[in-house]
Design a protein around this ligand. Sequence first.
Ligand SMILES: [Fe+2]
Ligand SMILES: [Fe+2]
Length: 355
Amino acid sequence: MADTFDPSRSVEICPGISWVGVTDEKTPFKCNPYVLDDGEEAVLFEPGSTLYYAGVREKVLQSVAAKKIRYILLSHQDPDLCASVPFWEEAMGADQFQIVTHSRTAVLLRHYGIKSKVYHVDQNDWVLSLRGGRVLKFVFTPWCHCPGTFMTYDDKTRTLFSGDVFGALTYDWKLYSGDHYTEAMRGFHEDYMASTPHLKSAMIQLDPLRIDRIVPQHGSVIVRNVADHVRFLKGLRCGLTLMQPEIGPERGESPKISKGGYRDLIALVLEREMGVVGKEQAIETAKGILGLEVDERGNALAVKGDGKEILGRLLLKYHERFGSWAVLNCKMSLRAAAREYGLELPKIIGDKEGK
Ligand SMILES: [Fe+2]
Ligand SMILES: [Fe+2]
């Protein structure tokens, strides 16, 4: 899948569905709005925050005429996907479109000043029929990561609009997911999803669907190995399951570590950073760390000296070069692994959950 595109243009990712996002190099927290053009009508998915309104609007209008937008779909109430809606209302009139969302989300949307009529997915048999006959189906995925969260499945193109689920935070952003995307997903889901049972329940609901592509609100479009990504999240240890394993009963899959020393913690960080900052940058940064020997593929060959100190130096270097996200995205896994091995973590990670 080609990943070179003109950043000033919208990108049609399959017939009738376009990515209309703005690329912001300054943050790994990239947001993806999409527009679905069904001929007579169009649906705008998660238009985004106030920060990117002008750029997103320009791209939407490259794909569809404004008067065709009859629905704005919001999978949950976070500002990164819906704070710009009042701007859309002002530009197009609040009667132009309906907001498609869950009742639990709708009660909060008015606090943004959103005035448009709401089409409640939970009060309409979890479907939306467009005038041309196309039916969008909604999959309820509560607490992934808000109480009213849902995903949208378009039968016609076999596309899943997944909201935050399947998202990732990465400096190495590409429109289409690459080899290290699952590690970038892991870091995001560990922190943002409620627990392994919640995420697993959402994934089980996807089993009957034939999905050709997943289009998440963060991260990259997934068209390769879609089923592998679903399987990965189905077993992922995340949220409270990772923070407080004693509350069980579902522990999920452990991060890929088994031996139990600082070298394994360093291996975990290296693997994660390949997803978060990109393979080359991750390896190049690690190669400059005193006491650490890393090969061309990012394997930690040797740790010579105090493992805790070397791990601390490595994390600090990622923090200095790429900012706090680089370390935040490793935090939950590192704490869980260190607890399992009885190891102390360097100060940069801290030892208190949630701090
Ligand atoms: Fe969110
Ligand atoms: Fe989000």
